[in-house]
Design a protein around this ligand. Structure first.
Ligand code: OGA
Ligand code: MN
Length: 240
């Protein structure tokens, strides 16, 4: 991930810069798109919808993820630009999944490489879910993806799963999958693999979703304003 501090960019400039990196993927959360720049996803409490990726239940367990992990075409990169930030809270955490994979024992690496994770949008905030076909039952939406991704640029391997978005391991009973994923998360998000970004207005942060997980943290939404603009760059390689 890269931090560009002290930026003063308009939504149109953010979109133009992001498009130079690849095709954009607007959020499915239609209410959270900026009116005249629908490629901008407005995160925080200043827009039409309250959009937060912090745990909503008051728990201090972070919800690690990569963007659009629940889609067949996930996000290759994201650019998050801070327009307003509360005096405390609202930090974003990042964790390096190359390091996390490489720190596993050879046996644990071999096991993880054989597994497929199942991701789903169903437990995520409502606005992310695609609208139902009229009257059709709400079928569970599962996306299957290798638990270990091979980075198409570097060839290095990265663990690739999230706290809430990853709902299972293919072929495993739910309890066994949950216990395994919880243990893997505790390992993968150890302090030495992490960076915590305390935002200042004007910071733009760009990250590679193929090999970095991130997570939001709460702030006092009644007292303070947080306004972030995200552009999301679509995956352009087969996911493997
Ligand atoms: C995101 C995200 C975390 C935050 O914008 O994709 O996860 O701190 N944001 O807002
Ligand atoms: Mn995110």
């Amino acid at each position: 991930m890269l931090v560009f501090p002290g930026q003063q960019i308009s939504p149109a400039q953010q979109v133009a810069f992001s498009r130079a990196l690849g095709e954009l993927a607007p959020t499915a959360w239609v209410e959270a798109r900026l009116d005249d720049q629908p490629d901008i996803f407005v995160i925080g409490n200043t827009g039409r919808a309250l959009v937060s990726f912090a745990p909503a239940d008051g728990s201090d367990r972070l919800e690690w993820h990569a963007d659009h992990m629940y889609r067949n075409d996930p996000a290759r990169a994201s650019l998050l630009y801070c327009r307003q930030t509360p005096p405390t809270g609202g930090d974003t955490h990042f964790a390096c999944m190359y390091s996390a994979f490489e720190a596993l024992s050879p046996e644990a690496q071999a096991e993880a490489e054989q597994l497929h994770a199942l991701h789903s949008v169903d437990l995520l905030p409502g606005g992310l879910k695609p609208a139902n076909d009229d009257g059709a039952p709400d079928a569970p939406r599962l996306v299957r993806c290798p638990l270990v991704r091979h980075h198409p640029r570097s060839g290095r391997r990265a663990l690739w799963f999230g706290s809430k978005v990853t709902v299972g391991i293919e072929g495993w009973p739910p309890d066994r999958a949950r216990a395994y994923l919880d243990r893997l998360e505790a390992h993968a998000t150890r302090d030495e693999f992490r960076y915590r970004h305390a935002w200042r207005a004007g910071d733009a942060v760009l990250w590679d979703n193929r090999r970095v997980l991130h997570a939001g943290s709460p702030f006092d939404t009644a007292q303070h304003r947080r306004e972030m603009h995200r552009t999301t760059i679509r995956e352009d390689h087969p996911v493997r």
